[in-house]
Design a protein around this ligand. Structure first.
Ligand SMILES: [Zn+2]
Length: 157
């Protein structure tokens, strides 16, 4: 799980999915250009883009040109191309908004900060150390969770 990523601006959804899996993933708002690759190299991140012509650029680090259109197919593509095996224990370890690390917080600490039905029905809460966003099981769209469960068996290698 030591792989780190940077997604170009066409891959915003994919960046979220990678964060859900627990991968340190930056979302790059500018064009996928030389600066994008430079940042990837500097930070030791695998560059993910949809721009085929980036493959021709001289680039020291790893670059993957994503071919699939939909986020679920894209995540499948990456897992396959890079032979990744995400650790199920790392889910809910990254903030979906800002990519910082999440820490587990006591239920009482989030009272009044999450919807009442969530507070009543959830036992486990995480808070972002940077943006203070609060996450709980169910924060992620259900279809994403289901897809990941199907695609990534929760056995340890
Ligand atoms: Zn955050």
């Amino acid at each position: 799980m030591d792989e780190r990523f940077i997604c170009d601006r066409n891959l915003g959804k994919l960046a979220k999915w990678l964060r859900i899996l627990g991968y340190d993933t930056l979302f790059y708002r500018g064009n996928a250009d030389r600066d994008f690759l430079r940042k990837a190299d500097r930070e030791g991140r695998i560059a993910l883009t949809r721009k085929r012509d980036l493959e021709r650029r001289r680039h020291a680090g790893r670059l993957v040109v994503i071919k699939a259109d939909r986020a679920d197919a894209q995540i499948g593509e990456i897992l396959e191309v890079l032979a990744l095996s995400p650790d199920p224990l790392r889910r809910m370890s990254r903030c979906l908004r800002c990519n910082s690390t999440l820490e587990e917080v006591a239920k009482e600490a989030v009272e009044g900060m999450v919807p009442v039905y969530v507070y009543e029905n959830c036992m486990q809460f995480h808070r972002c150390s940077l943006c203070r966003g609060i996450f709980w099981p169910g924060t992620h769209p259900r279809h994403v969770e289901e897809y990941l469960r199907r695609r990534i068996p929760s056995r340890r290698p």
